[in-house]
Design a protein around this ligand. Structure first.
Ligand code: HEM
Ligand code: FPP
Length: 310
């Protein structure tokens, strides 16, 4: 009789697995905000420079995702949402993720510097450092303010785009930074409300774990109250205009309505409808940011026709 032994053959990593290390879905919105920053800046940029600039910002953003996946593999292995990622699933080795993250970071920063300017390259390097080291390695596991302070990393990309075009900073690029910075807490905490036990299982001190859901609901509302007037005020900067104002008024009215609903609910209510309101608010947060930046882009696109801006 033939002796047949079935041994588990580790899945060989393919292109898709390495690509997944770059967190492409989240980074697509990050790259869109950088593209808007680049396109609305008051400077004429050669299309090839713009294309190259965006390509290397996207590469740097992806590289920072790979560094985060390397560092967080232990907690990603515990959480249901993340356990199938390439490193915790054993498909990509930790050293490969680290190597890819470092190599792509280096290429992205050097090439952005060569293709555009040193200030933009320095800002990209700082952003990668901020996400990989300040947020992932330091704040994420030490304080419930992790995503507030660490969230700054996600707010830099439009400033990098603006710097590619102008070589500097302005009130407008600082406004785009502030918009993402204030948006991050409601974006993330609404998700944490329905992530249930993931973060506590992994021992990550997210606000829901350290202070509970009641306090987190209050924080979603507090940041929405800060975000709404800021977002509307952007209409009166050099990148705003009537179209942006209408979009911002509608989106921020909706934001406040959603945040108040989240704040009013107790856990029994949320359990009863399986966190429908929280899930809806999180999804809305993605459209919210996309549409604000879409409106900023539209104002700039309309300007040559004498329509955009005030
Ligand atoms: C510290 C800051 C942030 C934290 C902690 C955070 C956290 C999260 C988490 C846990 C998810 C769940 C789904 C996933 O793993 O893909 C998510 C989804 C998402 N986030 Fe964030 N986020 C942050 C900042 C940002 C920024 C700055 C952007 C873009 C400008 C962004 C865009 C997105 C998008 C597009 C998704 C949906 C991804 C999908 O459809 O799978 N996030 N975020
Ligand atoms: C240009 C450049 C370098 C851009 C970087 C932009 C940036 C910092 C985006 C971060 C967004 C993000 C994936 C947060 C997830 O937090 P997490 O890592 O705690 O989430 P997880 O639990 O899903 O891993």
């Amino acid at each position: 009789m033939t002796d047949i032994r079935i041994t588990e053959v580790p899945k060989e990593a393919g292109f898709g697995d390495y690509f997944a290390l770059l967190k492409p879905r989240v980074m697509s919105l990050v790259v869109f905000t950088a593209l808007v920053g680049l396109l609305v800046a008051p400077a004429t940029v050669h299309p090839m420079i713009a294309l190259t600039g965006i390509l290397f910002i996207a590469l740097g953003a992806g590289a920072s995702g790979a560094l985060n996946m390397w560092w967080d593999a232990d907690i990603d292995r515990v959480m249901k949402r993340t356990r199938n990622r390439p490193v915790p699933a054993g498909v990509v080795q930790p050293g490969e993720a680290l190597g890819l993250g470092l190599a792509l970071s280096g290429i992205a920063v050097v090439m952005l510097g060569l293709a555009t300017n040193l200030f933009a390259a320095g800002l990209l390097a700082f952003t990668i450092f901020f996400y990989a080291v300040v947020y992932s390695m330091w704040l994420k596991r030490t304080t419930p303010q992790n995503i507030v302070i660490g969230g700054a990393a996600g707010a830099f990309p439009p400033m990098i785009g603006w710097a590619v075009a102008t070589g500097g900073v302005s009130l407008e690029s600082l406004f785009m930074f502030a918009l993402i910075f204030m948006w991050t807490p409601p974006h993330f905490w609404s998700l944490a409300l329905f992530m249930k036990s993931d973060y506590s299982d992994a021992g990550v001190p997210m606000l829901t774990v350290t202070h509970g859901r009641r306090v987190t609901r209050g924080h979603v509302l507090a940041y929405a109250l800060l975000l709404a007037p800021l977002a509307v005020a952007g209409a009166f900067t050099g990148i705003g205009g009537p179209l942006y104002l209408v979009v911002a008024l509608a989106l921020n009215g909706w934001l406040l309505r959603g945040a108040v609903r989240i704040w009013r609910r107790d856990e029994a209510e949320a359990e009863a409808d399986r966190y429908r309101v929280e899930k809806g608010f999180f999804r809305f947060s993605l459209y919210y940011l996309f549409l604000h930046f879409g409106a900023i882009l539209a104002e700039a696109a309309l300007k040559p026709y004498g329509l955009g801006g005030w």
